[in-house]
Design a protein around this ligand. Sequence first.
Ligand code: ZN
Length: 128
Amino acid sequence: MCCELRVAWCGSLFACYLLLVTCNWCADCGMRGETLLTVRQRIIELLREGEMDARELSRAVSIREKEVCDHLRHIARSLAVKGNKLSIQPARCLSCDYVFKDRQRFTRPGRCPRCKKTHLQSPSYFID
Ligand SMILES: [Zn+2]
C-alpha cells in the first residue's frame, strides 16, 4: 500500500498530504507524519490568524527556526495546489530601508546588499 502510493505520488505536489493521510509518512521529506502534520497545521492556522515571522513561528510551535523555513516551503507548495497563497512580507533593512523584494527563500538574509549592515527586519508570512 505504502509503496504503491509512494510510486504514484512521490514528486507530486500532493506527496506530503496524501502520504501522511494514508500511511503517516512523507515521501517528499522523509518525516514522520504525526509530528509533521500537526506542526504544519499549526503553522497554517497561525498564519491564517495573522502575520508572523520565522522566529515567532519557531517559538509558537517549539521547533527551530530552520525547520520552520523547511515547513514554510512545503506549506507554500501545498497551499498553491489548493488555490491559496502563502504571502510574504519581504525582509527590510532597518538602517537604509532596502527591501528584499526578489528574495524567494524562506530563511532570513544575513546583511543588506546596499549599506552592508546586519540590522534587518525578518520576512514575515501570512495566508490570505
Ligand atoms: Zn541597508
